[in-house]
Design a binder for this molecule. Structure first.
Ligand SMILES: Nc1ncnc2c1ncn2[C@@H]1O[C@H](COP(=O)(O)OP(=O)(O)OP(=O)(O)O)[C@@H](O)[C@H]1O
Ligand SMILES: [Mg+2]
Length: 280
């Protein structure tokens, strides 16, 4: 593909043309992560030979029962967690052989949104001073928007800038986390159960926001979730994990409505949102 064509693709393409011409933002090939069992001390594979790729601008989900290795996969795939084997290519760079410095340079382009927003924010910093610190670390990258406009982008009042995390509701705190991610203009956002710690009433708003961020910035999204309705509302493709392995992958519509795999069918039946699916 010619370089010229790549440049002509708009940044807010939202995953269509961009996904076809730009290199994938994440390639995971035969990834293995071993942990030690806390009781027996024996090593076991929490991630056992997982391969997947996330195209530029694409929205992909990883689902699976608790303990199936989703978070371990996400951490290893973003270079934040240990890897025991296999290959990861993040934003076109193989993590093996990447210097610490180069990895640090890539860091802002990969943003992670966790389940517990209060746990992700520094309780001693107001929203404004937290943003100031990010701006100090990444002066040029963050100059595109001011604090008030950034908060407006995540539909928060700029009045909240002087609040501390404990003075924010769960939904507001998660919006602040998303704003902090957005400030870095990431090419990949990894969201690990971003709404499961929130009240049902604000879950849909936060999902809408993630969808909007993705559509307007062209960032790819790798979302980990237990909730079928969440996955279907935000993601195009899904990977189903069981005991450290991906047992099925494909477009959400196919996997959720027409799975050939017995485990996937069982998992889907047990997931929140399954009744929502049945009613439609
Ligand atoms: N640091 C660690 N040391 C030892 N074992 C770990 C560690 N982190 C995770 N594990 C184990 O690895 C397996 C996968 O854990 P992981 O957190 O990746 O699962 P998960 O799919 O994200 O689960 P959940 O849906 O509950 O968040 C589990 O058996 C877990 O107990
Ligand atoms: Mg997890």
């Amino acid at each position: 593909m010619s370089g010229m064509l790549e440049k002509e693709v708009p940044a807010d393409d939202g995953g269509g043309l961009l996904a076809q011409v730009a290199p994938p933002v994440l390639v995971v090939d035969g990834l293995i992560v071993e942990h030690r069992n806390g009781t027996t001390g024996e090593a076991f594979r929490a991630v056992d030979g997982v391969s997947l790729r996330v195209a530029a601008g694409e929205s992909t989900a990883v689902v699976g029962e608790s303990g199936s290795g989703k978070t371990t996969l996400a951490m290893a795939a973003t270079g934040l967690g240990p890897r025991s084997g296999g290959r990861v290519e993040l934003l076109g760079h193989a993590l093996d052989g990447l210097s610490r410095r180069r990895l640090r340079d890539l860091r802002p382009e990969v943003q992670i949104v966790f389940q517990d927003p209060h746990g992700s924010l520094d309780g001693r910093q107001s929203v404004r001073s937290g943003l100031r610190e990010l701006r100090r670390l990444q002066r040029e990258r963050t100059a595109w928007i001011d604090d008030a406009a950034l908060l407006e982008r995540v539909r928060l009042s700029p009045d909240l800038l002087d609040r501390y995390p404990h003075q924010l509701s769960g939904g507001q705190a998660q919006r602040v986390c998303i704003a902090r991610a957005l400030l870095m203009r990431p090419r990949l956002i990894v969201a690990d159960e971003p709404t499961s710690g929130l009240d049902v009433s604000v879950q849909a708003d936060v999902l809408d926001l993630l969808r909007e961020v993705r559509e307007t910035t062209g960032a790819a999204l790798l979302m980990i979730s237990h909730d079928l309705a969440v996955v279907r509302s935000v993601c195009e493709t899904v990977h189903v994990m069981r005991r450290g392995r991906v047992v099925e992958s494909g477009p959400c519509e196919t996997v959720f409505t027409d799975s050939a795999d017995a485990y996937t069918r069982e998992l889907i039946a047990a997931m929140p949102g399954a009744r929502w699916r049945a009613r439609r």
